[in-house]
Every structure is written in structure tokens, then in C-alpha cells.
Ligand binder design. Sequence first.
Ligand code: UDP
Length: 238
Amino acid sequence: MKYKRVLLKLSGESLMGNASYGIDHDRLQEYATEIAEAYSKGVRLAIVIGGGNIFRGMQGSRKGFDRQTGDYMGMLATVINSLALKSALEELKVKVKLMSALQIEGLAEKANGLKANQYLDEGWLVIISGGTGNPYFTTDTASALRAVEIFADAMLKGTRVDGVYSDDPEKNPSATKYDHLTFREAYDKGLKIMDLTAFTLCEENNIPVVVFDMNKTGNLLKILKGDAIGTIVSRDPS
Ligand code: UDP
């Protein structure tokens, strides 16, 4: 395996499948199956899931909630998604520990990098929910932070597209896909891969980011083995 210890980021939106809200059962099962397979190969996995399929802070502030309350609602949404994934993984006999940056006694342990590392070393898969625990951040930033904390070989960003393109491939048919980019190139080209806070954290701590299509069966394992699919963003130019 090229990557033996990784942080996998799944967006909340991708859990919706074709629905417009919530958790699609089939999609959840597909993700759990892919993840369980990677786990069975001995890869140390920590997972962060977004909450956009249930609630986003900005969406609340447009509807009269104050921003910070909306953000807490979004962070709670990540806990709901994480509980769903935990349950689906446990059905597949994966040993899962659930942590949360927001304390919910009885459901999740307080997110802690040292403890997460201990669990990973013991063979647990660790889901770290609740974002950073702070309003005004995103789960991409939470993922970058957790990737640094667990000394990840890479942060794998599972999306609905197969990598980073020069333009929106759905709108511009001549958009081209990048196989590799440096963080600097991505900044300079103004590519929107994730928010800059997340991006900077990965760059500063030398954590490569792999953007790939999580909806294609087998892709997660291929990435872990080092197959050239998706886009790698790293410090080095090669
Ligand atoms: N959020 C937050 N702080 C964090 C992480 C998330 O306030 O550290 C809130 C924010 O309102 C965000 C929502 O949780 O809109 C859901 O997360 P995100 O939009 O990153 O989910 P995704 O787009 O990955 O589904």
C-alpha cells in the first residue's frame, strides 16, 4: 500500500445519493463496503464526514438563524452522519471508535489526537465528528486538522468528481483534469479544491491531498495502492 495511515474526508452531500436531503441508504452501504475493504487490508483509517446533506451554517443565516447557531447545527449534522456510518461499518464487522469535537456523553468520546492515534495503532477505525467544534470553520478544515493530528500519509478527499479540473467540467467541456498539482500551483490558478484554511494547514504540515471520485466502486482501494487516479496536490512538484 502506498498510503498506510490516512484521513478520509467524505462530504455530507455525497451521502444524499440522488436525493436532495438526508442519508441515502444504498450510498451509505456502498461507502461502508469500500471502507471496510480498505480496513481489512490493514490500512489505518480515520474518517471525517461533512454535514451539508442535513444542514449548513450559511444556509441557516439566510433564513434568520444567527451564523454561530447555524454552524453548531451543521456540526451536529456531522455527528448524525457519523453515527450512520459507524453503524453501517459495524454491521460489516469493522471496529469503530466515534469521537466528537462537540461533547455528547454516551455517544462519542471527546475528539483528541493523541487518543485517536492510540486507537488507530490498536486497530480501530476512528470517525472524528463535530468538525473542529468551532463555528466559522468547515469540515474540510476539520479534516486537515485531524490529518495533521494523526500523522496521516495523506488526506483523501472523496468527492463526486474524479479529480481537480482547470474549470467546471459540467459547464465547460474543454476543461482538463490535473493528475498532479503543487499547493502553490493550485493557489496561483485559483482552483477551488477546498477552503484556504484547510489547504494551508495541509501545505504547512506537508500532508498531500488526493481528490478522487468516491462514488466509483474500487476507487478508494486503488488510491491507497497508489494507482494514478484522481488528483494529488502536494508540496513537491512531482
Ligand atoms: N461547521 C462548523 N465548524 C466546523 C465544521 C463544520 O461550523 O469545524 C458547520 C458549518 O456550518 C458547515 C456545516 O457544519 O456548513 C457542515 O459542514 P460542511 O459544510 O463542511 O459539510 P460538507 O460540505 O462536507 O457536507
